[in-house]
Design a binder for this molecule. Structure first.
Ligand code: SF4
Length: 477
């Protein structure tokens, strides 16, 4: 175990996550000791008596481990925001010639590797291209986007930390949930016009029965004027995360078509049957192909697929085979995640128990290959996306992500998910409805934050309860 002891709350979050990034397999705890003279100290398996600040902590750990982290001292989830901010501060910079200057700056200031700096730079330019014209000069955009969360799935994946419920278990709670959701949608609508983008996610929205899915889309339309917004071009994108192939039927896809949905996801995560079984996904590889074929046949021309690198027991060869199968299907965009094991997921709990018992992990919950192999997988996915004519257009990182890597969204030109850019860059207010959803209000002008005694801020964030029963109690009736 490694104990991180900080003199104040200000640095503790950063110090904890940086130590965890250097020592991903160790248990790390953190605490504040206001009497401590030095900002950070480490005790336990790693001892450091005195570290003066964030840069010094990174440099000390780097020297100690002989290891550079690809994202350097950055522990945040949105490294591309820094690249976008840099571009705003350097309006004179040309796309090609600015890369060298930016990479040099990112490496010097934050120790970010050249490869990651160039990736962040390319994505920041791509985001500029795709966002409304005034993005160049503005940090926040007018208008707002809508998120609706459906917290049910056909079965629960072992790495899931979204508090989603297995639909079989919650069958009789779905209608009360929808009633509560509709109440919340009506309440939140007050004061807002038509959204810029709509994203229905979860969970798996298509795990609803066909009639329930129709009720949901009808209600969203009537409350937020979606049909009108799509017709007049105010709504630029309408996504429904179909997600799990075992929830997709022709009837449900037909409902999505009738409501003007412009973009869907069909997410295999892997095309290896043994992996799907090991992670608790109750669908087959054939179901992925069938759902994709059906959606194409029905005219969906913007289909995203999600993959995860570093899944239990997967080899580089397995991933290459998955990528080959994805290429054969030919989705319009591809989101490549690196496995993140949150403490609340089944895998996270198993990992913690196994560490305590010092007896190794159960065979079906072992993590995948080591970071160096995941790095190879990520490169293969990058190459595969390129071969499909896609470019990276958004990127984010998660805590507990395998090997300190990142998640990257790739798309063919014109098939990018605008909502993804808006939420990752925190460019526009997002109103979230549903259990576990969060609402973020962003503003060019400073606004008082009620959660922080009226302190002035550019962004106010609030979160809904995650528990489905509590959510129904709060918004139902
Ligand atoms: S499909 Fe997504 S939300 Fe549903 S259980 Fe799996 S990881 Fe969780």
């Amino acid at each position: 175990m490694i104990r991180v002891i900080c003199s104040s709350n200000q640095i503790i979050y950063y110090a904890y996550h940086l130590v965890k990034a250097f020592y991903p397999d160790r248990e790390v705890t953190s605490e504040v000791n206001p009497c401590q003279k030095t900002p950070v100290r480490l005790e336990g398996e790693v001892v450091l008596d005195r570290v003066d600040g964030e840069r010094s902590l990174y440099e000390t750990l780097r020297n100690l481990t002989g290891q550079d982290l690809p994202w350097g001292m950055l522990t945040g989830v949105r490294p591309t925001k820094l690249a976008s901010g840099w571009l705003r501060e350097h309006p004179e910079v040309q796309q090609q010639s600015g890369m060298e200057e930016f990479s040099e700056w990112f490496g010097r200031e934050r120790f970010v590797s050249r490869e990651k700096a160039e990736l962040a730079y390319r994505i920041a330019w791509k985001e500029r291209e795709l966002s409304p014209a005034d993005f160049r000069s503005r940090k926040y955009l007018p208008g707002w986007s809508l998120y609706i969360g459906i917290p049910f799935c056909p079965s629960i994946c072992s790495y899931c930390s979204f508090s989603s419920g297995a639909i079989g278990k919650y069958r009789d709670r779905v209608d009360p949930y929808l009633d509560a959701l509709f109440n919340e949608m009506r309440q939140k609508k007050e004061g807002f016009g038509i959204p810029s983008t709509v994203y229905i996610g979860g969970g798996t929205p298509t795990s609803l029965e066909t009639q329930q899915l129709k009720r949901l889309l009808d209600e969203a339309d009537s409350v937020f004027g979606i049909a009108e917004g799509l017709a007049c071009g105010v709504i630029r994108e309408y996504t429904v995360e179909a997600g799990r192939p075992d929830s997709i039927t022709r009837d449900k896809l037909e409902i999505l078509r009738q409501h003007g949905v412009t973009r869907i996801s069909i997410n295999p995560q892997s095309m290896q049957p043994k992996t799907l079984q090991a992670i608790g996904r109750s669908h087959s590889v054939e179901q992925v192909r069938e759902a994709f074929r059906m959606a194409r046949e029905m005219g969906f021309d913007n289909i995203n697929m999600d993959l995860i690198m570093g899944l239990p027991g997967e080899t580089n060869e397995d991933v290459r085979d998955t990528l080959r199968q994805i290429r054969e299907m030919g989705p319009d965009s591809l989101t490549v995640h690196s496995l993140a094991i949150k403490r609340s997921s089944a895998m996270g709990i198993a990992k913690k128990l196994s560490r305590r018992e010092e007896s190794g992990q159960p065979a079906d919950l072992q993590e995948g290959d080591g970071p160096s192999d995941i790095s190879r997988m990520i490169r293969d996915a990058y190459d595969c996306a390129g071969e499909m004519g896609m470019e990276p257009y958004y990127l984010y990182r998660q805590k507990s992500i395998a090997g300190n890597f990142e998640n990257i969204g790739y798309a063919r030109p014109g098939k990018e998910g605008l909502y993804n850019i808006l939420i990752i860059e925190e460019l526009q207010s997002i109103i979230g409805c549903g259990a576990g959803s969060s609402t973020k209000i962003v503003s060019e002008e400073e606004i008082p934050n009620p959660a922080r005694n009226g302190q002035m801020t550019h962004m106010i964030r609030s979160e809904n309860v995650k528990n489905i029963e509590e959510y129904i109690l709060r918004f139902g009736g």
